[in-house]
Design a protein around this ligand. Sequence first.
Ligand SMILES: [Zn+2]
Length: 231
Amino acid sequence: MKVAKQLYQLQEVDLELESNEQALNQIASQLGESQAVVRAQAELKLEHQRLEELKREQHSAEWEIDDLITKLATAEEKLYSGSIRNPKELTNLQHDVDGLKARRNQLEDETLETMNQVELATASVASIGTKLKKLEVEWHNQQQQLSTDMKQLQTILSDLKHKRQQLSTKIDPIAVEFYHELKKQKGTAVAKIEQGICCGCRISLSTAELQQARSDSLVHCSSCGRILFLV
Ligand SMILES: [Zn+2]
């Protein structure tokens, strides 16, 4: 086989290797923690803390209301029992009862508002929880798909490396070295000839160059320097 053809085949394998390696790197960068999941977890934690805080507030207000009701019952019992006859004492007691009632009413209003907030926060926790679950399922599926793709790519890459190894051992080592040098300089080392044109630089080749390319020797494009390969 002509050296140019062998090098062209080597180049085809190298291009395939590069594109698969790129795909593998792309996958590797997508593996791992999901920012969306982490954000939703943090959001859920905060909302949960807020809900617990509101519940504590509600319970403490409810205990205070119970306490006020007991105090109020005792004060009213005393007030209406007829046991106190001193007008000043009676006025003071009435004043206490009024104060306790006002505080109870105020606390009851506040508790209603807190209960409303507890209801809203409970709904919010549930909704963030649902969102988080969905994100986690999506993330899990994506990670599984990525792992599968990764394994496939690793197999392809290993096959390609093996193929490259086999190919390069059959080629003259000096030509391979030449190929690497050109590849480093120009990205691609071997250029096909199509309709008398070098596909590396799109320049029309001379008759002499075309004739040389038909022979077994290694010919370079006089314009771009790439190894010419006539199909
Ligand atoms: Zn050229």
